[in-house]
Design a protein around this ligand. Sequence first.
Ligand SMILES: Nc1ncnc2c1ncn2[C@@H]1O[C@H](COP(=O)(O)OP(=O)(O)OP(=O)(O)O)[C@@H](O)[C@H]1O
Length: 245
Amino acid sequence: MMLSIQELSYSFEEEKPIFQGLTFDVKRGEFVSVIGASGSGKSTLFKLVTGLLEPDQGDILIEGQRTGKRLGSVGYMPQKDLLLPWRTVLENVLLPLEVTKERKQAKIPEIKEWLARFGLADYENTYPKELSGGMKQRVAFLRTLMTGKELLLLDEPFGALDSLTKRNMHQWLLGLWGELQKTVLFITHDLEEAILLSDRVYVLHNKGIKEMKVTLSRPRSSQLIYQSEFITMRKELEWLINHEN
Ligand SMILES: Nc1ncnc2c1ncn2[C@@H]1O[C@H](COP(=O)(O)OP(=O)(O)OP(=O)(O)O)[C@@H](O)[C@H]1O
């Protein structure tokens, strides 16, 4: 099991619990989405998995290991503050690799190749403010990938994009994920996005978590959303979101 959350409980000081006995898992190579209303605790869950917060009770295992240094075990793409504005695209992507100058230099050709594959070949010396929303997300995603970690936690990476750009990013991510064979845990508010991208969707409520399996075959195209099987799943997911019990 890539990630195993067992009987997790957490509350912020003096507040009512956000999670009580939360249990779920993610297998190696899976794409799993977490969907839930605003305030249901999605970002808090990621902070617990990365080790930025510690659970009150329960266990978080990464590849079966109970490690205190979880942040070093996952690639985490937070919702905000993605890129450092005073660094160029190349310098931002290099960030997870800043160990020694030599190691950094050695990685530059590989990163340039990646930038080209991400449609960013001509932008390595550009600053984030000059990039479009979709480009910024691709740079941030590449930086997450450069951590070299097997488990990637993506906190609403496409939330701020317009619907056309978002569609393009979905196709891009589907293709890339198929090739990389990484494990992804993905936060979203968007039902269509959750179904299109995922093997399974978890619906997070204050009272717990529910699971929906996505039975659509892969590879998946953006046209799938118009098919009756997709629409049925969308209805099912909507029902799960609106019914806590
Ligand atoms: N540092 C904090 N101290 C106290 N309460 C907090 C803190 N951070 C988050 N919360 C509360 O915890 C709950 C869950 O927040 P969280 O950000 O995890 O929700 P979310 O599902 O990610 O929301 P959104 O979809 O809006 O990003 C909310 O009620 C929030 O107000």
